[in-house]
Design a protein around this ligand. Structure first.
Ligand SMILES: Cc1ncc(COP(=O)(O)O)c(C=O)c1O
Length: 400
C-alpha cells in the first residue's frame, strides 16, 4: 500500500534524527473530513459520537470536538475524565459497556452524563439506587443482545450468548422491571450488532431489526416511547484491501428509507463510530532491526511488536504496510535482505505470538528500513501489550 507523501517525509525526517525509529504518526485530517461528511449526509436526527476506546489520544478527541461530533461514547471513568479534559461537557457523553462500577455510575449521575446504556437488570438497580441517593433521575437506554449476528464481521456484539446487554427474548420480562425503577427515565434502545462491517446492507438489517423491536415495545407497553435509538459503531475499514470501502452515502440513504417506512421521523439516532473515523489517521512506523532466513522464509524483526501494535495479531489479519527504504550500508557481506518474496514481520518480544504480519509479499526490505503499518489510528497503541518486556512507550507524533 502507498503511504501519503507527507507521512513518508516525516518518517525520513524522524529517521534522520538518529536512534531506532519506533513511533506512531497521527494526522487527523481524514477524521475531520469523515465527521464533516457524515454530518452532511446523514438523515435528520442522526447524532455522531466518537467511540474513544478506538484512540484516546488528545489529537483524536480534539478532532472529534473541532469537527462538531455530538459527543463521545465512553466506557470507563478514565475515558470520561479524558473526554472532559479535552473540552467535552459531561452532557455530551454517552456511557456504554458492561460491568460499570458503583464509582463510575456515581460519577455519571453526579456529573450529568447524557445517557447511561444499561447492560443488565443488576446495573439498572445499581444505577437506580445511586440516583435515589443523589436525588436525581438518569436517562437510560437499554442495550439489547439481539437474536441476530453478522457472520462476516470481524467482531460481533450481538447474537448468541454475550456479556453485552439483555437477550432479546428476555425483553418481555426485563423491560417492565426497568420501567418500574422510578429514578430511571427510559429513553430507548441500544443494539450494536458488529464491528468492521463493510456491507452496508448488513448494518441496515440491524437498524431494521431495532426499529421492529422499538415498534413492538411501544405497542406492548402503552405510553413507552423509544425516542432514542443507538445503533452502536460498526462502519468498517477495508484492511484487507478488497477495494470495497464502506459506503456511508448508501447507509444514509438506506437509513432514511427505514425512518420513512417506520414513520420514525423526529426521533434521535446515535451512531458511536470508532475505526471508520480514526483508522486512516494513524500509521505505526517501526524500524527493521534484523532479517534472517529461517527454513525457507524470511523473518523480519522490527523494533516494536504486539507491545506497541497488537491489533493484527489479536484479530489475525494483516494491516496494509509499506517499506520506507533507507539505503543503509550493510553490516557484513552475507547479510540477508528481502527481495520479491512473502515474509513474516514480527517484533522483539519473547513470544511466538509477537506477529505484526505474515505472508506479506514484499518487494524489497533491508535492515534499517522502516515498516509503516497503515490504518493504525484505530485500536493501535490503546489495545497493545504495552508493559510486556518493558520496552519504552513509542512516541505518538501528531502532525499539525
Ligand atoms: C459500545 C461500543 N460502541 C462503539 C464501538 C466502536 O466500534 P467501531 O470501531 O466498530 O465503530 C465499540 C467497539 O468496541 C463499542 O464497544
Amino acid at each position: 500500500m502507498q503511504i501519503p507523501a507527507h507521512i513518508e517525509q516525516k518518517v525520513r525526517e524522524l529517521s534522520a534524527e538518529g536512534g531506532t525509529l519506533n513511533c506512531y504518526i497521527y494526522d487527523t485530517q481524514p477524521m475531520h473530513k469523515k465527521i464533516a461528511l457524515l454530518k452532511s449526509i446523514m438523515p435528520a436526527g442522526v447524532e455522531i459520537f466518537y467511540a474513544m476506546k478506538t484512540n484516546p489520544h488528545p489529537a483524536f478527541l480534539d478532532a472529534a470536538l473541532a469537527s462538531g461530533a455530538m459527543g463521545i461514547e465512553i466506557a470507563s471513568l478514565g475515558e470520561a475524565e479524558k473526554a472532559v479534559a479535552a473540552g467535552f461537557r459531561p452532557e455530551q457523553l454517552i456511557y456504554t459497556g458492561p460491568g460499570k462500577t458503583e464509582e463510575e455510575l456515581c460519577w455519571s449521575v453526579a456529573n450529568g452524563v447524557r445517557t447511561v446504556h444499561v447492560e443488565s437488570l443488576v446495573e439498572a438497580h445499581r444505577l437506580n439506587a445511586i440516583c435515589a441517593e443523589q436525588g436525581e433521575t438518569q436517562d437510560v437506554l437499554l442495550r439489547i443482545n439481539a437474536d441476530f449476528d453478522i457472520h462476516e464481521a470481524q467482531t460481533t456484539f450481538s447474537g448468541g450468548s454475550k456479556k453485552f446487554g439483555v437477550d432479546e427474548e428476555k425483553l418481555d420480562d426485563v423491560l417492565p422491571q426497568l420501567l418500574a425503577l422510578e429514578h430511571l427515565n427510559f429513553r430507548g434502545l441500544h443494539v450494536y450488532a458488529a464491528s468492521g462491517v463493510l456491507k452496508v446492507a448488513d448494518l441496515l438489517k440491524n437498524c431494521e431489526l431495532v426499529f421492529g423491536l422499538a415498534e413492538k415495545i411501544e405497542t406492548q407497553h402503552k405510553g413507552t416511547i423509544c425516542d432514542i435509538i443507538d445503533f452502536g459503531g460498526g462502519f468498517g475499514i477495508d484492511y484487507l484491501e478488497t477495494g470495497h470501502d464502506f459506503d456511508p452515502q448508501a447507509y444514509a440513504n438506506g437509513l432514511q428509507k427505514l425512518i420513512d417506512d417506520y414513520d420514525f421521523g423526529g426521533r434521535t439516532f446515535f451512531l458511536e463510530l470508532g475505526r471508520y473515523l480514526a483508522a486512516d489517521s494513524g500509521w505505526f512506523c517501526t524500524e527493521i532491526v534484523d532479517i534472517k532466513e529461517s527454513r525457507g522464509k524470511k523473518q523480519v524483526v522490527c523494533a516494536g511488536g504486539i507491545n506497541h501494535f497488537r491489533r493484527p495479531a489479536a484479530l489475525a489479519i494483516n494491516h496494509p504496510l509499506a517499506i520506507v527504504r533507507m539505503d543503509y550500508p550493510r553490516l557484513f557481506d552475507g547479510q540477508d535482505s528481502v527481495r520479491d518474496e512473502e515474509v513474516y514481520f514480527g517484533g522483539p518480544l519473547c513470544t511466538g505470538a509477537d506477529k505484526l504480519a505474515n505472508d506479506v509479499y514484499t518487494e524489497a526490505a533491508d535492515i534499517g528500513d522502516i515498516a509503516v503499518f497503515c490504518y493504525a489510528g484505530a485500536y493501535g497503541l490503546t489495545m497493545s501489550n504495552i508493559e510486556f518486556l518493558s520496552h519504552s512507550r513509542p512516541p505518538e507524533i501528531v502532525l499539525a
